[in-house]
Design a protein. Structure first.
Ligand code: FES
Length: 143
């Protein structure tokens, strides 16, 4: 049973920290935009993602994304295999190819393309550095 209160749009903690009015997520009307862009999702400082380390980031739609550091370059992709929905987070990654731990399909983390089937692809996300933090930009966000 719901509480009757609708879910507020996701905002990183830093967005609220600089809000000048009393807030409930979604009702802050601060005119200044204290974060890189509304809707971007905070991943954390780049130091928290050493080469070879992966981080799971939860998205506003309830899904999750994997962010990883490969040789100092950051990549992000959805955490769901299009074959049967297995989490890719525990899959082995060799160079730019991540393998699904369930049945072994492999995906290029740079563009999400499955190496075995041109019709299978995982979503990838842009990772940007702003204000000494890594941010993930969900698809469809044009800001
Ligand atoms: S769920 Fe990933 S290959 Fe089957």
């Amino acid at each position: 049973m719901g509480s009757g209160r609708s879910l507020a749009p996701f905002r990183p903690a830093s967005w609220f920290a600089s809000c000048s009015k009393p807030w409930w997520p979604g009702v802050c009307t601060a005119s200044a935009n204290p974060m890189p862009d509304p809707g971007w999702i905070l991943v954390g400082p780049p130091e928290s993602l050493a080469p070879g380390v992966r981080k799971l980031v939860f998205l506003p739609d309830g899904q999750s994304a994997i962010v990883l550091n490969l040789g100092g370059q950051f990549f992000a992709m959805e955490n769901s295999c299009p074959h049967a929905g297995a989490s890719l987070a525990g899959g082995s990654c060799v160079e730019h190819i991540i393998s699904c731990p369930a049945h072994g399909l492999r995906f290029d983390i740079r563009n999400g393309q499955c190496t075995a089937s041109p019709s299978l692809r995982i979503r990838t996300y842009e990772v940007v550095m702003e204000d000494k933090q890594l941010w993930l930009r969900p698809p469809g966000l044009n800001c």
